[in-house]
Design a binder for this molecule. Structure first.
Ligand code: SF4
Length: 338
C-alpha cells in the first residue's frame, strides 16, 4: 500500500507573538509593591480570604462614579447640575440606624426602608452588586468608613469639581514593542474657561491615606502620573495640564472637612518644568517592571517585598502574612496557634 503523504513536507508557520496587556495599576503598580502578592492573587488567581482592599477601593470608585452621573443627569435628567443631596452629610449614628432598620426589616420579612439620601441609595446599590460577586465589607466599621468618606468628598469637592468633569473612566493605552500598557483614569477635568485638551487635568482616586506611604510607594505613584501623562499625550496629541492623585482616606475623621486636607492630593504640574526625559524615565521604569513580570512568569518565581520596601499597612491586610518574613520589620507575624 502506498503512503499518499510520503515526501510531503509542510513547514511550520511561525507562531505570531501575541502582546500581553498590562494594566498600569493592577499589574505594574501591584507588582512593584510586592511580587509575591501579585503572583498569588493576579497570576495564580488565588481567592483572598477577605476582599478588604477590593471592597473599599471599588465601593468608593463606583459610588463616586454615580455622583458624577447624578450631576450630569445621566440616569435622571432632573438631577442635572445638582450635587447629590446638596452635599448633606449624615452622621455615623444616622447611618448606623438606617443599616439597623434594614437588618430588622429583612429579619422580619418586611419591605426595606427607603434610603434617607441619594448617596446612601447609590452606596447600597453598589454594595449589592459587589455582594453578588462575593465582595463585602469584613466589618461594619469598614462599611461606615467608606460611606463617611464618600459623603465628605461629595460635600467638599462636589460643588466645584463635578461641574468641571468632562469625562469619567477615561481609557488610555500605549502599544509598546513587547506589550500593551493600558490604564483607566477616573476623571478628565477641564478648565472652566478653556476646553483645550492641553488645559485639562486627569484625576485618579486612591482609597488609602497618603500618610504612611513609603518613599518607594511615592516613587511608583510619581511614575504612574508621568505614565498617565504620556498615555494621555498619545490619545490627545498634547500633554495634560496636570495629573492629580486624590487620596480619599485623608478625608476621614469625626467631622466633614471644610477645606481639602494638605495630604489629600499628590499633584504633578506638567507644564512647570517636567521634561520629556522625566516621562521617558517613568516609561522605562514601567517597561522594566513588565520585563520583570515576564521573567517571574517564565520562572514562576514571585519574591516577597523586602522589609522596609512595603508599608506595614499593606502587609497587615495580606493573606500571605502568616507565611511571610517581611511584616513587622522583618520579624514576621506571630501565629495565633497552638
Ligand atoms: S505579607 Fe507583605 S511582603 Fe509578604 S507577601 Fe504579603 S504584601 Fe508581600
Amino acid at each position: 500500500m502506498t503512503n499518499p503523504f510520503q515526501g510531503l513536507s509542510v513547514p511550520l508557520t511561525a507562531s505570531a507573538s501575541i502582546k500581553r496587556r498590562y494594566s498600569v495599576t493592577q499589574d505594574v503598580v501591584s507588582y512593584r509593591r510586592c511580587a509575591r502578592q501579585y503572583g498569588a492573587f493576579n497570576v495564580h488567581n488565588y481567592a483572598p480570604a477577605h476582599q478588604t482592599q477590593l471592597y473599599f477601593g471599588t465601593v468608593l470608585h463606583q459610588v463616586l462614579d454615580r455622583c458624577h452621573g447624578h450631576f450630569q443627569g445621566l440616569v435622571n435628567s432632573s438631577t442635572k447640575g445638582q450635587v447629590p443631596d446638596q452635599g448633606r452629610v449624615l452622621s455615623d449614628a444616622e447611618l448606623q440606624q438606617h443599616f439597623a432598620d434594614i437588618r430588622n426589616a429583612i429579619d422580619n420579612g418586611q419591605p426595606q426602608p427607603a434610603p434617607p439620601t441619594d448617596l446612601v441609595r447609590y452606596f447600597l446599590e453598589v454594595e449589592q452588586g459587589l455582594r453578588s460577586q462575593g465582595i463585602r465589607a469584613i466589618t461594619p466599621d469598614l462599611r461606615l468608613k467608606a460611606l463617611r468618606i464618600i459623603q465628605y468628598f461629595n460635600a467638599l469637592e462636589g460643588p466645584e469639581l463635578y461641574a468641571r468633569v468632562r469625562d469619567t473612566e477615561l481609557r488610555l493605552q500605549a502599544d509598546r514593542q513587547s506589550h500593551i500598557l493600558h490604564g483607566v483614569v477616573d476623571l478628565l477635568v477641564e478648565n472652566p474657561n478653556n476646553a483645550d485638551p492641553s488645559e485639562c487635568e486627569i484625576w485618579d482616586y486612591k482609597g488609602m491615606s497618603r500618610v504612611g506611604l513609603l518613599r518607594a510607594d511615592l516613587q511608583t505613584y510619581l511614575f504612574q502620573m508621568r505614565v498617565y501623562a504620556h498615555l494621555y499625550e498619545l490619545k490627545f496629541g498634547v500633554l495634560p495640564k496636570r495629573v492629580v492623585l486624590y487620596f480619599l482616606g485623608e478625608l476621614d475623621g469625626d467631622r466633614a472637612p471644610h477645606t481639602r486636607p494638605a495630604n489629600a492630593t499628590l499633584e504633578l504640574a506638567i507644564h512647570n518644568g517636567m521634561s520629556s526625559n522625566e516621562i521617558g524615565e517613568a516609561m522605562q521604569a514601567f517597561a522594566d517592571t513588565v520585563k520583570e513580570i515576564e521573567t517571574s512568569r517564565a520562572q514562576d518565581h514571585w519574591p516577597a517585598a523586602s522589609p522596609g520596601e512595603i508599608s506595614e499597612q499593606d502587609c497587615a491586610i495580606c493573606d500571605l502574612r502568616w507565611d511571610c518574613a517581611t511584616p513587622n520589620g522583618g520579624q514576621g507575624v506571630a501565629l495565633r496557634y497552638p
